[in-house]
Design a protein around this ligand. Structure first.
Ligand code: CP3
Length: 346
């Protein structure tokens, strides 16, 4: 990103509100990460958690993609699990595996033993990172905050780590629905406290990642997830935050996710953007290039980008993004190509 006269690029904010923009805003999930050589260089010296916990380093990492590409938002550099430290949950993030929770929550006693989210100072570095990012960006683009949605956070706490089918989480939901609801409500309280502090630190918008909620049926979502998630969106809105509601493999859940909240619905490559536009005319839409497309040579990649643009159509209220996080083996030139092509399309 060029230095120069400060002029607020408010394309992302305008797109969230479905207002016309001169060109479509673009950002990329995991835009700060392993596909960047400068990120790998820093990671060779620091663990992921130590990057997250040091505001200067976290800000530096968040700014790395902003220097290379003309992106329309800078996302807070942190990780999904960071806020659960406030509840007294211990975890680590293991290379190529993701979060690993030391003592997974499997029963009522474990859920009851969670601390109340009143020690936000335990993750004060997260809000300080947002302040440093705002300073570094000097108003050029908005800072996007984020949090895990209650279900996706619960899935890590119950499984103890990544999972293919979330069977322990679903078993808890089926066999001890009250314990499960208690867990989701406590996580909603945490998410709300965390989003409020992100708003106060200067985030303009936030994305709620419900990455794994697609493993549930609509009836299960309505009964067990919707109330807690809706409460989180309502709190964010009260604080003046614009909100993006993201999930993967969520085709059948989208109407309920929209009911739970979100100015923007973020979808993966399995969901046609044109369908989202038609069914939810009162929402903006974000997505949805397959991250694997970015591994392809330019002559294959370019038409796939164009197809996403065509699918979203010309109406205001589209934020270009991938359908899920960028893959570590992505060539950097392909990311330049993507951002340029989206912006050139107008
Ligand atoms: O988007 C960004 O640039 C901001 C940074 C960010 C990270 N994690 C940093 C990170 C964000 C928004 C997240 C969210 C996150 N973390 C989610 C939700 C998004 C999604 O993918 O659905 C989830 C599920 C997690 C948990 C997590 N953390 C996983 C599954 C992994 C990957 C494990 C692996 O090694 O592939 C992580 C690690 C992680 N978080 C990395 C980064 C940049 C990997 C790089 C590293 O180890 O340095």
């Amino acid at each position: 990103m060029q230095e120069g006269p400060t002029q607020m690029n408010d394309r992302l904010v305008r797109a969230c509100r479905r207002l016309p923009v001169d060109r479509r805003p673009a950002w990329i999930m995991r835009q700060a990460g392993r596909y960047l050589p400068e990120y790998r260089e820093l990671r060779a010296q620091h663990s992921l958690l130590s990057l997250c916990r040091d505001p200067e380093l976290a800000c530096e990492v968040a700014m790395q993609p902003m220097r290379r590409f003309d992106l329309d938002a800078a996302i807070l550099f942190s990780d999904l699990l960071i806020p659960v430290a406030v509840l007294g949950v211990e975890f680590d993030i293991v290379e190529n595996r993701g979060p690993v929770v030391s003592r997974p929550l499997r029963d009522a006693a474990a859920v009851a033993a969670l601390e109340k989210p009143d020690r936000l100072d335990r993750i004060g570095y997260l809000f300080e990172t947002i302040r440093l990012m705002r300073h570094a960006l000097a108003g050029r683009v908005p800072v996007l905050g984020f949090a895990g949605a209650p279900f996706t956070l619960a899935s890590y706490l119950v499984e103890g780590g990544a999972s293919r089918d979330f069977r322990r989480t679903r078993l808890l939901m089926h066999t001890q629905p009250r314990v499960f609801t208690d867990l989701l409500e406590r996580l909603a309280d945490l998410v709300i406290a965390c989003l409020e502090a992100q708003a106060e630190a200067g985030a303009a918008a936030v994305q709620l990642f419900d990455s794994w909620v697609g493993c549930l049926s609509p009836a299960e979502y309505r009964r067990h997830v919707l109330p807690a998630t809706r409460r989180a969106f309502e709190a964010a809105r009260r604080r003046g935050l614009l909100t993006i509601h993201f999930g993967t493999a969520c085709t059948g859940l989208l109407p309920l996710m929209a009911e739970a909240g979100g100015d923007v619905l973020g979808v993966d490559w399995r969901v046609p953007l044109a369908d989202v536009r038609r069914v939810f005319p009162d929402r903006a839409v974000q997505g949805n290039l397959d991250p694997v497309a970015l591994l392809a040579p330019a002559e294959s990649l370019a038409p796939m980008i164009d197809a996403v643009l065509a699918d979203a159509g010309p109406a205001p209220g589209h934020i270009f993004n991938l359908g899920h996080g960028i893959l570590p083996e992505t060539p950097v030139e392909n990311v330049s190509l993507l951002v340029q092509r989206v912006h050139a399309a107008g």
